[in-house]
Write a protein that binds this ligand. Sequence first.
Ligand code: SAM
Length: 299
Amino acid sequence: THFGFETVTEAEKRERVAGVFRSVAESYDKMNDLMSFGWHRVWKDHFVAGLNPGFSPLGTPGSDPRSPQHILDIAGGTGDIAFRMLHTAHVVNGNPDVTVTISDINPAMLSVGRQRAQQQLTASQLAATSFVEANAEDLTQTKPLAPDSHSHSTITTTATTIPTTNPPISSSIPDNSVDLYTVAFGIRNFSNIPAALREAYRVLKPGGVFACLEFSKADRYGPVFNTIYKQWSFGAIPLIGQLVAGDRDSYQYLVESIERFPSQGEFRDMIVDAGFVVGGTGYENLTGGVAAIHKGMKP
Ligand code: SAM
């Protein structure tokens, strides 16, 4: 493949993925719409509606339907999932006791997310939101996003942005502390998916839910659809990346990473291997399998 990912180490893959998202952070939201014809919005709405945050504590039937919930949005990027969660919980379900931590390995994506949060969220939603830098494969090392920095280099080169009193302190997301773990269009970028699933299992409370929205294997509509989908992915998306974001390679990587990600059934088996309990097939196909939702509960 273009990046020769089969031969690179985990650390090298992590560095390349970091480069991709540093490079696409500013254009990310616009490109999402272009690449998926806006479908990602429909999938995200459906994902969040299905989880219905703030309505009832997941996995604990019979208890107070308005109890506090803590959501951890992993690879949360520019906040699309987290903002929808907050809207559903606070506005639709009238439960202000739902908090969301947006976690991402990349401070540039988080920084765009924080700017959007300040523009789009209500004061109480903003107060219920936190941003942390963390690798999903090791949630024992997290740090709060530094104020007003777009990247690590800004922190070191721009003296005024260095927080003088409150340096980011690395801390661990505790065991059994999260009600709902979400990851949308993130997990295929991880170098070590089983490690990330183990961490998800560790931080979730018993009864807590792991929920993943990811591109998947679109083989449900037959050969004509497959041909068009492949042409679109491998032909058009890198070209659009080049024209709109001036970055062909990053978008080429994104397409290849979809191709390499396990099938619906294989990924479900990995979730089960990590200790989660799944219902039915363990997944739901969206748009003929172009994307899929996987859910698992920590028993
Ligand atoms: N969840 C958001 C959404 O749906 O719009 C953002 C998805 S974006 C395609 C993927 C994100 O995964 C990027 O922000 C990237 O920095 C993050 N990411 C990649 N590898 C990661 C890792 N090992 N741990 C945490 N985040 C990671």
